[in-house]
Design a protein around this ligand. Structure first.
Ligand SMILES: [Fe+2]
Length: 481
């Protein structure tokens, strides 16, 4: 495992609260944007790390803020707004945390804990700070609870209606899209006296009058659910990777500890893969390999009687500890994930494992429109540099492990979102959009900028300067105009 040290200046700023909300009609731009590039990069991420006297403990806890970079006729406009989730509104109104987060808890009563978990009642948080998606004409911000938050992609205001309700208490903010129907696919863990993983679909034709009811495709009994931040999808299967970081549902309800601190690392269980048929819901298990941990599936597909899946793999779940804010702000080491390919043989249930590149990578992106459920050649993401923390944009060619990178002194790029050029022939023909925290302060207060790179060679095309710093976030999507 390689570890690096996060620089204090970047992490101090990157994990500091942004309260300011602005709308800027035209950002200062250098370079030139491709003429075909039109639409909005929408991002969510934690931006408020204190509520009243209470300090958030973990990067994943911060109250969400939405950011919009809109590209039109070679210009870039920008807006940002706190996500008006019920978690946020309650915190604003009462001046304290009302809902529990990933690793910070407002000390609810035992009764409320049990009610939260087993009834799916009114006390679950909806601080959608992880990812967002477009479902039909709706834009939806998500976290790992069953309460997605719909928002307006122009004003970033939250809507009063829930677009759908997840059939379980825990889910992922990394849904997939069915490439034929455009419907959304995801899994949820339904906790209770008996627990199960549920695989479900939400149709894209939801309207405000008719929030969509998820259709449960399959269900799989589980005693101790694993923490799973994402899953894989092939043409035939949901692909579940159960890392041995698991929770006893009853302990989760009763322990009094914040959510993630109820999970236990049990390496003797190994890592288990399960395939769930997308048509019938039938599960095929029995694929097992050594213990490891990952947040992110990169892509999955079927090839020659095997299911192939790439993940950003850590040796264990220590990365969850690494991301406590106190550690990050102190510049403590952060583990680096390795791009790893698993080949699951449908014939004999064997699992082969192969490292695809030397350099570490996180927040991975592919050319999703072209390669979802199909073989991919390129993965883009962020990589820890010698100085520490995520300070590079990386492109990996999985056929030979060759890498290209972009880096600039004192600049810390976030997830690079790939946008394909219309009519593109090649998988890497397009641009990458990344929000970069620039901590240089010679002439002005540190702030962030939108960086636009050529996705093929990582050369810079343009950058548009935001009027303030944007705290380190997780994920975003590009919505074409
Ligand atoms: Fe994620």
């Amino acid at each position: 495992m390689s570890v690096t040290t996060a620089p204090t200046t970047a992490t101090t700023l990157g994990f500091s609260t942004l309260d300011r909300e602005v709308v800027v009609d035209e950002l200062e731009l250098s370079g030139e944007l491709p003429s075909w590039l039109a639409g909005s990069l929408l991002r969510t991420g934690p931006a408020k790390f204190e509520v009243g006297e209470q300090r958030m403990r973990h990067w994943f806890d911060g109250l969400a803020m939405l950011h919009r970079f809109t590209i039109e006729d070679g210009h870039v406009s920008y807006g940002n707004r706190s996500l008006e989730s019920r978690s946020y509104r309650a915190a604003q109104e009462q001046g304290r945390m009302v809902y529990g987060e990933f690793a910070t808890d407002p000390c609810r009563s035992l009764f409320k804990r049990v009610q939260t978990l087993f009834s799916g009642g009114g006390v679950l948080p909806d601080n959608a700070n992880i990812n967002l998606t477009r479902l039909g004409e709706r834009f939806i911000a998500m976290t790992e609870t069953p309460l997605p938050v719909q928002f307006d992609p122009h004003t970033l205001a939250a809507a009063d209606v829930r677009p759908y309700r997840v059939p379980g208490q825990l889910s992922t903010a990394h849904p997939h899209s069915d490439r034929t129907t455009g419907s959304m696919l995801n899994y949820a863990a339904k906790l209770g006296r008996t627990s199960s993983y549920r695989f479900f679909e939400v149709g894209r034709s939801v309207t405000s009058e008719h929030p969509s009811k998820p259709r449960v495709i399959g269900s799989l009994a589980v005693k101790e659910p694993a923490y799973m931040h994402s899953f894989g999808l092939t043409e035939r299967y949901f692909v579940l990777a159960e890392f041995p970081f698991v929770v006893n549902p009853l302990a989760l309800a009763l322990s009094g500890r914040p959510y993630i601190e109820n999970y236990r690392w049990k390496p003797e269980r190994g890592t288990r893969f399960t395939l769930v048929d997308r048509e019938t819901g039938e599960a095929t298990g029995g694929f097992q390999t050594d213990a490891c941990f990952a947040f992110h599936h990169v892509n999955a597909y079927e090839e020659d009687g095997e299911v192939v899946l790439d993940l950003c793999v850590y040796p264990d779940a220590g990365i969850v500890e690494d991301l406590y804010l106190e550690r990050l702000r102190a510049g403590k080491p952060v583990a680096s994930a390795t791009l790893t390919r698993f080949r699951l043989s449908l014939a004999d249930r064997s699992v082969r494992r192969e490292q695809l590149a030397e350099q570490g990578i996180e927040l991975p992106r592919i050319n999703y429109g072209r390669c979802n459920e199909r073989p991919h050649r390129y993965v883009w993401g962020n990589s820890n540099g010698a100085e520490g923390w995520l300070e590079r944009i990386l492109k990996i060619d999985v056929t030979d492990g060759a890498t290209l990178s972009w880096a600039e002194s004192s600049c810390y790029p976030g997830e690079p979102v790939f946008v394909a050029r219309p009519e593109a022939e090649h998988e890497d023909d397009g641009v990458l959009l990344s929000v970069v925290l620039d901590v240089r302060s010679e002439t002005r207060p540190p702030r962030s900028f939108l960086l636009v790179l050529d996705a093929a060679d990582l050369s810079e095309l343009a950058r548009a300067h935001a009027p303030h710093h944007i705290p380190f976030g997780f994920h975003g999507q590009f919505a074409r105009a």
